[in-house]
Design a protein around this ligand. Sequence first.
Ligand code: OGA
Ligand code: NI
Length: 368
Amino acid sequence: MPSILSDAFQGYPVEPHHPMHVDFKSVKELPESYVWAPQQLEDNPSSGNFHGESVPVIDLHDPSAVKLIGHACKTWGVFQITNHGIPQELLDEIECAARNLFSLPSQQKLAASRSPDGISGYGVARISCFFPKLMWSEGFTIVGSPMEHASRLWPHDPRTFCDTIEEYKKEMKGLAGRLMWLMLGSLGVTEEDIIWGSNNNNNGGLGDCSNVDDICDALQLNHYPACPDPERVMGLAAHTDSTLLTILHQNNASGLQVQREGDCWRTVPPLAGALVVNVGDLLHILSNGLYPSILHRVVVNRTNHRLSVAYLYGPPSRVEISPLKKLISTAHPPLYRPITWTEYLGTKAKHFNKALSSVRLCVPIQGL
Ligand code: OGA
Ligand code: NI
């Protein structure tokens, strides 16, 4: 399956005009290539009346979890979860694996660089090509087996890293599947509402994803070093994820911010042991627009470096995704045309944050 997996994550053009970045550890003064124009960093002032609200924290053991998740998905598109069943030791281990990787000398990390036509490996944020300035971060993307790249990073012991990655991905896949059904369940959609086994079923939704082994996923390790001039840089520029959903583990340094339409940027504070879950573009399509695909970014700070591990969960790459039939009526016509993940990633690579609107159908206004 590696070819299907890599197809699904093809998309963002490589960044030929972006030479690989500086060695963050040795920087005393900010290079111009990292200085963002103030309007690009602007903290869009709030025009809504959401003052003081914060991203919901949901205990998955709470008997009302489904209802709370539904509400969080509709009003935020992001929430944090506790009692999720992922052992703390595994969260510590993956954080340690990420720390080990990013602490390696630059030369060694560069030996495991993402190849020009590849997705896996070390490099700048994959959305860098859409921005004139570099981001204050480095990343490592894993699609399929990490062995090839791990062997370049740790020629004598690639296994330790690979074992942690495989274990983490396995646990995350289980949790993501569970979360997806909780998120859809709160819309009244059950597994029976989706006809499994037919690719172009007329039920809307997910087509054939009955074989969970076909579910595509990826792991993105991120490092945001402490920065001598944090107000002038961007850790990771504002974007939505092209996934069904994303599960993020962040270490105890804050930096992740989310923005609802018409609201200001709000920090998602790190809570020990909690995981951040956000709605991605494809779940937004499935929910026929009921769940917003939340805009998010990362800011950096002067003293703490930050690590995060994003588990990106999507459908099999060639299955058509469309608004669920159960959520469509005369009053709520389908807002999006059917699209496969592969095609969507191609669209995202071209239109970036305008990708969703490029898939949107023109809905006639009733009564006209
Ligand atoms: C991502 C992302 C947030 C973070 O990798 O898509 O949004 O906190 N990461 O690193
Ligand atoms: Ni993201």
